[in-house]
Structure formats: structure tokens, C-alpha cells
Design a protein around this ligand. Sequence first.
Ligand SMILES: [Fe+2]
Length: 132
Amino acid sequence: MLEWEKKFETGNEKIDEQNRCLIDLGNRIWEMLHSDEENKLIKAKEEIKRLKLFCARLFVYEEVHMYDCGTNLSKEHLEAHRTFLYKVDELLEKPADITQEELFNLMVFVIDWINFHIVESDVTDFIDQNLR
Ligand SMILES: [Fe+2]
């Protein structure tokens, strides 16, 4: 579980708002996986697909916004976006049904990634380059 912290602020209202939604989405899926809800694995998998699409839109927004500001996201930042989407897809689209353990591991990865990515890439690129 993640909570919004000052260290996540990029200074760009729209990106911060979307990152807050991303944290809420991640936390909701995490809670769902720990609940007694019926069909929670199927529901969690659908929510993770939604989270992935949300991320894809957010990444495009960041990339276009940076471009509009006359620069580009760092190569590492762009690479992190691509790798994240690829990794989530790889697990969600595998032929056999995803197991509970795989879903838990995927969510640990997603939550760790969100935490690391916002601070190390989003904040760095937007604050350090004075782009808001
Ligand atoms: Fe990013």
C-alpha cells in the first residue's frame, strides 16, 4: 500500500493528479487481492488491465507535455515507461490463467515501480528541469 507523499510532487498539477489516481488504483487492487471477495483474481486481473491503460495514457501525457516544453523525457525515463507496459502485458497475456501468487507478485512489482518511478523519473525530469 502506498500513500501520497510530498516527495511525489512534480509541480505539474495534471501529472500529480494522475499519479494520485494511479496510487489509488494500485491500492484498490492490492486490497481486492487481500479480500474474501468472490472471483477476486478475475476482477483483479481486469483492474490491472485498467491500471495498465491508465499508465499508457499518463505516459503519453508526460511525453507530449515534455515535448511541448521544448525538450524530451530522459532516455531512461522513456525506457522505464516502455519496460513497465511490456512487463505487465507479458504476465497478463500469458496463455495459462494467472495464479494468485503471480498476481500478488505483479502487484508488488507495480506498487514498487510506482513508488520508485514517480520519485526517480517523474519528479527528477519535471522538477529538475523546471518544467511544470
Ligand atoms: Fe513517468
